[in-house]
Design a protein around this ligand. Structure first.
Ligand code: AMP
Ligand code: TRP
Length: 342
């Protein structure tokens, strides 16, 4: 019996995911990422990384970066990631990430990277002035995943192209060296409902970098701020319809109903039925109450954790050690396969 149990544990697939420590963790990060990561702990061996090396592809103030790494770790833990059950660490503390990324820079083709839409979006009009790191961001992401031979990667839709590149890199590596070494990653892209939009504009994603703080609910907002932001959220004049179809061309209304449905863990259809015919004043009041109820414990836990940086640093150090232990034999084998060692 105990033996069976341990076999089951060993057979569990490995999950890897990460978010950049760039401040302002928000409701979109929670519903679209962290909450889902926490839920995956029941079925998978999970590795959750604060990707600080990815963050520095655009300039970060050193003092702020230090705080943001701890804040990101606090957000993971407060969202339900258990640092004992899962491995929680920051990317820069496991040097094998950068090393494998270099090797992948020699596997990936320029043409592949030229197609990456996130680089085009982030570099904007002045791509000559973007850092080289921003350009090769996706090879580092492939290294993050393949360094642990992770096969499940929960990310938002916007990361799909990077996962396809990760598959291409794994395949080319295996082909070039005639091995069956790196697995082919299964994207665990969340369904449409998990894309949370700005409270000011239902066609824009809720984002850390939106200049308007009213566009997002931060995981650090208190009950008053949450209620105020929901009250001021953009809507239209019509009441909530009894079916989803009727929300199709009402992005702001759809977004608020989506947030309600995600927080209440109810299908969108059910939420429409429950509030059918009600105006937004009433719906927003219910949404505020629900949001405060669900987010208050997370906010409280984050602020408690922020008051104890030594605890967070300890978690990250222990996580880095465990991650190093998993990564070292894989990187060693890569060295052997490509002829750096015998
Ligand atoms: P980022 O904030 O872009 O570093 O993303 C960190 C994680 O949160 C990724 O897995 C994203 O897909 C997810 N995420 C970010 N913004 C949203 C959003 N507005 N709705 C749903 N998921 C999001
Ligand atoms: N690029 C991801 C994002 O912006 C973050 C990330 C870096 C990541 N490395 C990863 C996500 C590996 C999943 C797996 O959201």
């Amino acid at each position: 019996m105990a033996n069976d149990q341990s076999k089951k544990m060993k057979a569990r697939e490995r999950v890897f995911s990460g978010a950049q420590p760039t401040g302002n963790m928000h409701l979109g990060n929670y519903l679209g990422a962290f909450r889902n990561w926490a839920r995956m702990q029941a079925d998978y061996d999970c590795i959750y990384c604060v990707v600080d090396l990815h963050a520095i592809t655009t300039f970060q103030d050193p003092e702020t970066l230090r705080d943001n790494v701890r804040d990101a770790a606090a957000a993971y833990i407060a969202s339900g990631i258990d640092p004992e059950a899962s491995i929680l660490f920051s990317q820069s503390q496991v040097p094998a990430h950068a090393e494998l990324a270099w090797i992948f820079n020699c596997v990936a083709r320029l043409g592949w990277l030229n197609r990456m839409t996130q680089f085009k979006d982030k570099a904007g009009k002045h791509k000559e002035r973007a850092s080289v790191g921003l350009y090769i961001y996706p090879t580092l992401m492939a290294a993050d995943i393949l360094l642990y031979k992770a096969t499940r990667v929960p990310v938002g839709q916007d990361q799909k192209q990077h996962l396809e590149l990760t598959r291409d890199i794994a395949q080319k590596f295996n082909n070039d060296f005639g091995v069956d070494f790196f697995p082919i990653v299964e994207p665990a892209i969340l369904e449409e409902g998990a894309r949370i939009m700005s409270l000011r504009d239902g066609r824009q994603k809720m984002s850390k970098s939106d200049p308007s703080d009213y566009s997002r609910i931060n995981l650090t907002d208190d009950a008053g701020a949450i209620a105020k932001k929901i009250r001021k959220a953009r809507t239209d004049a019509d009441p909530i319809p009894d079916n989803l179809e009727a929300l199709k061309d009402r992005p702001e209304a759809l977004n608020l109903v989506t947030i309600y449905s995600a927080l209440a863990d109810l299908p969108l259809k059910r939420v429409c039925q429950e509030f059918s015919g009600k105006g937004f004043a009433e719906f927003k009041a219910a949404l505020s109450e629900l949001a405060v109820e669900k987010l208050a414990p997370i906010t409280a836990e984050m602020s408690r954790l922020k008051g104890d940086p030594a605890y967070i640093d300890g978690i990250l150090a222990a996580g880095a050690e465990r991650a190093n232990d998993l990564a070292a034999p894989i990187l060693k084998e890569v060295h052997r396969i490509i002829g750096l060692t015998s």
